[in-house]
Write a protein that binds this ligand. Structure first.
Ligand code: ATP
Length: 327
């Protein structure tokens, strides 16, 4: 262990997702194995500002590897956007003699982590968000489980859609990212995917619905990312208006928060364990201001400043593949 980092803090921030607990467990057990003390900070940056933290040991994280949610709780914390809030957090960290922290969360949380690093406090970020919009990693913790939840829903909706020759709009989460919609559209065999990153005209959508039936399909499944404009409800109203003429109508299913919950998949448990362990190791070895991720099959580190500086791009080849598969 480096001379400097003897006491580590860990927090989860922003939206929750399956795999956060597996990651906390990895941070805790790696820190302990390297002879560091480990403190769990509750409710993200809010708990940090308020000094809401407790020492953890190996048993504090027993039997949580599979569980969704986060045993530390999470929060959105407006106060952390202010310099005053961040200085309060720094004071709490110093008072509790914490030498470095691991921040697990999405883009926003990693921006917060970078602010702490800029104040000279050692911090390592771990990408945990179902949106998969974090740079410096191919995939974030929680994405795989959310995808499995979505495709289970698509499969079920397809059964009923086929029985009634129906068209369904299935809305997925993802904020301004279309990753979940695109990937679940491919895995669920959707007829169309609507994502914020690709412009699609209303005429194209109506053509897809009409052509699906003309081609002999028994249903038409369109996966819509929540960030797609003008929005799922508005699209349904417009299609239903036009559909009167062609005798079709659409039903809408908003999957909502069900996508965030549930036991973590095997992939997420392993990813979270690898990233959590690497984050604790990195902090102890003196790294700071970086995000740990997986690129290809390698565990990598990217400066937080770089990771948060641009919007993650969608893989256009994957979109083209979804179009071919929908034929
Ligand atoms: P998800 O992707 O699941 O929504 P997230 O981490 O992106 O998670 P946000 O609500 O964007 O979620 O951010 C979580 C918290 O991180 C915020 O409430 C705030 O406390 C902190 N945060 C976000 N952006 C910044 C910033 N620019 N500066 C300081 N703190 C920030």
């Amino acid at each position: 262990m480096s001379g400097r980092i003897k006491r580590i803090g860990v927090l989860t921030s922003g939206g929750d997702n399956p795999g956060l607990n597996a990651c906390i467990r990895a941070v805790v057990r790696t820190s302990i194995s390297r002879g560091a003390e480990i403190f769990g900070i509750r409710r993200g940056f809010d708990g940090l500002i308020k000094g809401d933290m407790d020492a953890m040991d190996s048993r504090s994280v027993s039997n949580i590897i599979r569980r969704g949610g986060t045993i530390l709780s999470t929060a959105r914390c407006p106060e952390f956007f202010t310099e005053e809030g961040r200085l309060k957090a720094l004071k709490v960290l110093r008072e509790n003699e914490i030498d470095g922290i691991v921040v697990i969360g999405g883009n926003g949380s990693l921006m917060g982590a970078f602010e702490l690093h800029k104040l000279g406090f050692p911090v390592i970020g771990v990408p945990g968000t179902i949106d998969n919009d974090v740079n410096g990693t191919d995939i974030s913790i929680g994405v795989d489980t959310a995808l499995n939840t979505i495709i289970e829903a698509i499969d079920k909706i397809k059964d009923t859609a086929s029985s009634h020759n129906r068209t369904f709009l299935i809305e997925t989460m993802g904020r301004s990212s279309g990753y979940l919609a695109l990937s679940s559209g491919i895995a669920g065999g959707a007829e169309m995917v609507l994502i914020p990153e690709v412009e699609t005209s209303f005429d194209e959508i109506v053509d897809t619905v009409r052509n699906s039936y003309k081609k002999g399909k028994s249903h038409c499944i369109i996966v819509v990312a929540e960030g797609w404009k003008p929005g799922t409800k508005e699209l349904a109203e417009k299609i239903n208006e036009i559909g009167k003429e062609y005798e079709f109508s659409v039903r809408v299913t908003q999957l909502g928060h069900v996508q965030r919950g549930g036991d973590a998949s095997a992939f997420d448990r392993i990813l979270a364990t690898k990233l959590g362990a690497a984050a604790a190791e990195a902090l102890i070895s003196g790294k700071s201001g970086e995000i740990v991720g997986i690129l290809g099959s390698d565990i990598t580190f990217t400066p937080l400043e770089e990771a948060i500086s641009y919007e993650k791009q969608i893989d256009k080849k994957l979109y083209a593949l979804a179009e071919i598969m929908a034929k």
